[in-house]
Design a protein around this ligand. Structure first.
Ligand code: GDP
Ligand code: MG
Length: 460
């Protein structure tokens, strides 16, 4: 699957003329890959249309010298549209410290709710929140035992009952008790099955009305496939959830169905379950998700093709669209800007004043404090000290190259070397690269890096 796509992409790169036929061929391969991964047919058709509309002006231009530009416009359009698929443009709820944040998990039995509740508790506990779980599943035999066991293992407080059969009563009592005890993240686990579906939805509504969650999370199994649309709509109607967690991403399914749930309910995915253990919870981010969906390497391949075009021929580089050009910001530039920002005062204050920066900082700070975010940023900056001058002056793409064997590991020797040199994890090095890319995007939005420099200076 991935190989086919890659060859379609390299056909695009090799072909001397980029015309509608070449584009159609490429889109056909991408369509096939997406459909095989259970992405909704309608969504795939829309994606195709949108890519075509975006690149139409470039294809119709008769200017022969703009051939290279054409390719990069096509590749960028595809990349952007794919990421669009999993980005509904809605901000999920963020738990706040010193506040009883109530999170309620819903979803059909077996999708991973109970496991995910404990994982969430562990996640927020690591970030300094006082966490607990309320087991409001009275339908499944042994539900409370399951909660008790996993919560005990995770050293998380829990509440439930062996005798009470009313889930609404348990939920209200548990939440009230934990609120009184000043817990900060109170997670309510619910039942995923009933004698009748209507009873399940009615129960969810009642629990929701009783505990008034700050966020309801729909837990979806990655293997849901084409059923995702109808199922997520049904849940949205009765329990208006504000976030999605896709579980079992470590398995065979790539979660293509989950994309339909995002599209049908305009709700963002916030985490991915990637295993049965308590720590197997990853923050969701669109790029790796799409990469995995298409067969890793394809998306990176796309990006690499784009930067290759820029490197091969400096003249051609000049021809590239202005936006693409201005989005280029070296890692050295990134480091400089981050050092500037750090010297200006509390991170959250600074970033809230610069348009586009609030989102950029979120990944760093998460739900944590300013000091935590600063410490994290300092650590990321330190990692760049293990990069060579050429790497620092690069746009970061050279870190993304995949091996000759086209293995879907995605981790290059370069990344490993920097990780080793700086005593950081591979993930942290990748985070530097991701932060850098995000800033490059912000720079682009603000009219090039000079625009951003102006904005930063204006604040000093
Ligand atoms: P619930 O019925 O929705 O509460 O689902 P459970 O939490 O009881 O999970 C059902 C099964 O899925 C259990 O065997 C879990 O260990 C397993 N499971 C849950 N999340 C994941 C995941 O991310 N990866 C894998 N491999 N298994 C998971
Ligand atoms: Mg359960």
């Amino acid at each position: 699957l991935g190989r086919k796509l890659n060859s379609a992409l390299s056909n695009l790169n090799k072909s001397p003329v980029v015309d509608e036929k070449v584009l159609d061929e490429l889109l056909k391969e991408i369509t096939k890959a997406l459909l095989e991964s259970d992405v909704n047919v309608k969504l795939v058709q829309t994606l195709k249309k949108q890519v075509k509309a975006k690149v139409k002006p470039a294809l119709e231009s008769t200017d022969k010298s703009k051939e290279g530009q054409r390719k990069s416009i096509i590749q960028k359009a595809i990349f952007d549209e794919l990421v669009q698929l999993v980005d509904p443009g809605v901000e999920p709820y963020k738990p706040k410290k010193g506040h009883p944040n109530v999170i309620m998990a819903v979803g059909l039995q077996g999708n991973g709710k109970t496991t995910t509740c404990t994982k969430l508790a562990v996640h927020y506990q690591k970030r300094g929140f006082k966490c607990c779980i309320v087991c409001a599943d009275t339908f499944r035999a042994g539900a409370f035992d399951q909660t008790r066991q996993s919560a005990t293992k995770a050293k998380v407080h829990f509440y439930g009952s062996y005798t009470e059969t009313d889930p609404v009563a348990i939920a209200s009592e548990g939440v009230a008790k934990f609120k009184k005890e000043r817990f900060e993240v109170i997670i309510v686990d619910t039942s995923g099955r009933h004698r009748q579906e209507s009873e399940l939805f009615e129960e969810m509504k009642q629990i929701q009305a009783a505990v008034k969650p700050d966020m309801t999370v729909l837990v979806l199994d990655a293997s849901i496939g084409q059923a995702a649309e109808a199922q997520s709509r049904a849940f949205k109607e009765s329990a208006d959830f504000g976030a999605i967690i896709v579980t079992k991403m470590d398995g065979h399914a790539k979660g293509g169905g989950a994309i339909s749930a995002v599209a049908a309910t305009k709700t963002p995915i916030i985490f991915l379950g990637v295993g049965e253990h308590l720590n197997d919870l990853d923050r969701f981010s669109p790029e790796p998700f799409i990469s995995q969906l298409l067969g890793m390497g394809d998306l990176r391949g796309l990006m690499e093709h784009m930067s290759d075009l820029a490197r091969q021929n400096p003249d051609r580089q000049k021809e590239m669209t202005k936006a693409f050009e201005e989005g280029k910001l070296s890692i050295r530039d990134w480091r400089e800007q981050m050092q500037n920002i750090m010297s200006m005062g509390p991170l959250s204050k600074i970033t809230s004043k610069i348009p586009g920066m609030a989102g950029l900082m979120e990944g760093l700070a998460g739900e944590g404090t300013d000091e935590e975010a600063s410490r994290r940023l300092k650590r990321l900056i330190c990692i760049t000290d293990s990069m060579t001058p050429a790497e620092l002056d690069s746009d970061g793409m050279l870190f993304l190259r995949i091996g000759k064997d086209n293995k879907p590991t995605g981790v290059t020797k370069r990344v490993l070397r920097v990780a080793k040199g700086s005593g950081a994890s591979v993930r942290e090095v990748e985070e530097v690269l991701m932060q850098h890319r995000m800033m490059a995007n912000v720079a682009k939005q603000m009219g090039g890096k000079n625009g951003m420099l102006q904005a930063l200076k204006g604040m000093g």
